[in-house]
Design a protein around this ligand. Structure first.
Ligand code: GUN
Length: 284
């Protein structure tokens, strides 16, 4: 079997076109979605993500502000800034780019963001709502993955979804969202013994390991849906996923590439969340 490739770049582009129309209508009603991104230090990967977010926001008519602070910023200074942004009625969404310098507690920062402006869906209140299946901001990468599956009408209900990776940003929430869609979910991680025993039974395999090309055709079931969340930069400068695409594409039914896979979808879902945050204001 040769897999159908789900191109996240094209899907994200389509979503942005729809969002642009929606934003135009919101502006006619006096609602101007506005995202503020806070970037601490000069991690090159973070800088490049943030640039991508700004460009995508501009394309759909969402205004974005970038607050760049040095790596020496204290936790107190950052928390004060977040309080200020929480109180600023012109700011609908707040995103603090992770990772943060070691002297700042990421959890404290996340806990301080007003849950109504938490467009990352990382605040404990929003994580809890997601777990209960209530309407809330969904974390962008998991939300993007579910949107990719739904875009191809891929059955989730009753399927065995295997997640490799248990981060708070990707692994844990994507498993929860798949469970909410009635999948049977197995979590694997760095301490899992005999990983292949699990991956080879997956109908839907979500790979978020963070190391290049570790999952090959040999690890997957014939006809599996393979979602590659990895973004690894090789020494040659080339971007590659956690899945060996060239072998897996011959065995899967659907597969996402890297680049042009999950990455662009993450940014599109951030914009969806920002629009949702701005619309929330209508109800207050
Ligand atoms: N760093 C890597 N992914 C993310 C994300 O989705 N949100 C934030 N805030 N930081 C990240």
């Amino acid at each position: 079997m040769t897999a159908e490739v789900i191109n996240g770049k094209d899907l994200a582009q389509e979503l942005r076109m729809n969002m642009k129309e929606e934003v135009t209508k919101l502006k006619q009603k006096g609602i101007h979605p506005h995202l503020t991104v806070v970037l601490i230090g000069d991690n090159p990967a973070s800088k490049s993500y943030v640039k991508g977010k700004e460009k995508a926001a501009a394309e759909v008519g969402i205004s974005s502000s970038l607050i760049e602070l040095p790596a020496s910023t204290s936790e107190e200074e950052l928390l004060n800034l977040i309080h200020k942004l929480n109180d600023d009625i012109t700011v609908n969404g707040i995103l603090v780019q992770l990772p943060l310098p070691k002297h700042i507690s990421e959890q404290k920062v996340i806990d301080t963001i007003n849950p109504d402006k938490d467009v990352d869906g990382f605040h404990p209140i929003n994580v809890g709502k997601m777990m209960l299946g209530e309407d809330t901001f969904l974390p962008c990468t998991p939300y993007g993955i579910i949107t990719m599956l739904k875009s191809r009408s891929i059955d989730i209900e009753g399927k065995h979804a295997v997640i490799i990776g248990r981060s708070n940003i990707v692994g844990k929430p994507v498993g929860q969202l798949l469970l909410n869609e009635n999948a049977t979910v197995t979590y694997c991680h760095s301490r899992t013994t005999n990983l292949k025993e699990y991956t080879s039974k997956a109908d839907i395999l979500i790979v978020a390991i963070g190391r290049p090309n570790v999952i090959t055709a040999d690890d997957i079931k014939e006809g599996a849906v393979v979602i590659d969340v990895g973004i690894n930069r090789l020494e040659t400068g080339k971007l590659t996923g956690d899945v060996d695409f060239d072998s897996a594409v011959e065995k899967a039914s659907y597969i996402t590439p890297v680049p042009k896979g999950v990455g662009p979808m993450t940014i599109a879902m951030l914009l969806e969340n920002t629009i949702k945050a701005a619309k929330g204001l209508e109800n207050r």
